[in-house]
Design a protein around this ligand. Structure first.
Ligand SMILES: [Fe+2]
Length: 490
């Protein structure tokens, strides 16, 4: 790490005032702490109109052109004290950062779901959800009426979709972010869930899961957006599946021993941690779903994978942020939106790990000891052999979330890290291949960083091959927006 540059980044903006959209008064007396609450503050109901961001550091690399879309919960509070019951139940807001000709323009808009329309009219939270019991008066005509559309986004053939794990994809206009409506991939699949972690092959073919208890549906969608197939798998128990993995030949359904057999809201309360059952992996041939095998590994909980690849002898390798126990079984995601944080619980820290699944026999774990999550890989190599994974790292001791970005090289075992320090909250960074280049390291990493000193969300660009050198450039707007979960680059 270059100390001087880090010093510049941390101190060079000290004169700026906090110019976010304002903190609720309940947080006004939080003295001596960075205003990390900004990351969990309710965004304006009307969204963020397009506004140029200012280049405040570095030079914009030539050829960096495209649009970063991100999604995350952004409604946490109605009135003075009607808080969402869980971070995961806030209404989704999609942020759009359009980068053209060296300039960046930010806009953001809530996904206009049925849930949001009803709750906005009533001025209170009503829909049942991941951590919410729900009001019996909330009218439900179809399962998607509960859809918070708050977890991720995907672009397929130029069409933009907001994703949630318990409901359908919701299509948005890519330029204006205006909500178009629920996407049904086939008439009989109406309201079938479409997971927030689809996997896109390098040729654009999209695979995704529909998780519903012991049954898992598998979508295959062409690069042109055409529906290809939907098949069902039985995974034996209603494990929590937030993410999964895929090689060029196989699907890897990861069955962690965190099980909820009744699936009644609030979903989080129904989960049971059963470490004695271990971590199981269902490996399915993409061309023949009847060709399946199971592998077993030591009990771990997880939310996110990087990606998988496969060796010529059939050994599958994948990387994931693994936890000894589920971190959201109690507490997590509830306090932060109320402005409370009891400090980091070291019993629930992640260990970024490579899972090695041999052609037969048990899976084994290669643990790096690196604490991080939100792993991302080069999209040109999804499902293929690769060496690099970018992830959010550097857990802060003074606020929730992380302060650093790391690139892990599985071939050398080296980690290249840039730590912004406690005045920043780092979000997921995406690989953006440099135009005309093919090497895995010939990418930029693009992502948002919540700047607690200036009260702004900054868009930072790194060279994937030299992360510890610090950002290549930073754009800053005049506002912050709530921390999001996942994004895509189009
Ligand atoms: Fe996720």
């Amino acid at each position: 790490m270059q100390v001087s540059r880090r010093h510049f980044l941390l101190t060079g903006t000290a004169a700026s005032a906090a110019i976010g959209f304002g903190l609720p008064s309940v947080f006004a007396d939080t003295k001596g702490m960075p205003d990390w609450h900004l990351g969990y503050s309710t965004a304006p109901a009307g969204g963020f109109d397009p506004a140029p961001m200012r280049l405040v550091y570095g030079n914009v690399p030539e050829g960096l052109t495209g649009t970063l879309y991100r999604n995350g919960p952004a409604q946490f509070l109605y009135g003075k004290d009607d808080y969402a019951s869980h971070w995961f139940d806030g209404d989704g807001m999609v942020q759009r950062i359009d980068i053209q000709g060296g300039k960046a323009v930010h806009s953001g808009k809530f996904v206009e779901t049925v849930k949001r329309r009803i709750e906005q009219a009533e001025g209170r939270f009503m829909a049942a959800g991941f951590g919410t019991h729900g009001d019996p008066d909330f009218p439900i005509e179809r399962p998607d009426d509960l859809n918070a559309a708050n977890t991720s986004v995907i672009v397929i053939d130029g069409k933009l979709y907001a994703l949630w794990e318990g409901g359908s994809a919701i299509e948005l206009e890519p330029e204006t972010l205006k909500t178009i409506g629920v996407k049904d991939w086939r008439p009989d699949l109406e309201a079938m869930p479409f997971l927030a972690h689809p996997k896109t092959e390098p040729d654009g073919t999209v695979w995704n899961l529909a998780v519903g208890g012991r049954n898992v549906g598998v979508y295959k969608i062409g690069a042109d957006g055409s529906f290809k197939s939907f098949d069902m798998l039985n995974i034996g128990k209603a494990a929590y599946i937030h993410d999964w993995a895929m090689t060029d030949r196989h699907l890897v359904i990861m069955v962690q021993p965190w099980v909820n057999e009744n699936l009644r809201p609030p979903i989080v309360e129904g989960f049971e941690w059963r470490p004695e059952e271990g971590f199981r992996f269902l490996i399915v041939d993409k061309d023949d779903f009847s060709n399946q095998r199971w592998a077993q590994g030591p009990a771990r909980a997880f939310f996110h994978t990087g990606a998988a690849w496969e060796e010529s002898d059939g050994t599958i390798r994948l990387d994931a942020a693994l936890y000894k126990e589920p971190i959201l079984g109690v507490g997590g995601g509830v306090d932060e939106i109320r402005g409370k944080w009891g400090g980091r619980n070291d019993g629930f820290t992640s260990n970024f790990t490579q899972i090695v699944i041999p052609p037969s026999g048990d899976a084994r774990l290669i643990e790096t000891g690196l604490e991080g999550d939100f792993p991302q890989v080069d999209p040109r190599r999804h499902g293929l052999s690769r060496r690099m994974t970018a992830l959010v790292s550097g857990p802060s001791k003074v606020h929730p979330g992380h302060t650093a970005i790391s690139v892990l090289d599985w071939e050398t075992g080296q980690t290249d890290t840039f730590d912004f320090g406690d005045t920043r909250m780092v979000e997921e960074f995406l690989f953006v291949p440099k135009p005309g280049k093919a090497g895995e390291a010939e990418s930029w990493l693009v992502g948002p960083v919540l700047n607690l000193k200036t009260g702004t969300t900054d868009i930072c660009v790194f060279d994937a091959a030299h992360v510890s050198d610090g950002p290549v450039c930073i754009w800053r707007g005049t506002r912050s927006w709530p921390l999001g979960f996942h994004g895509t680059w189009a």
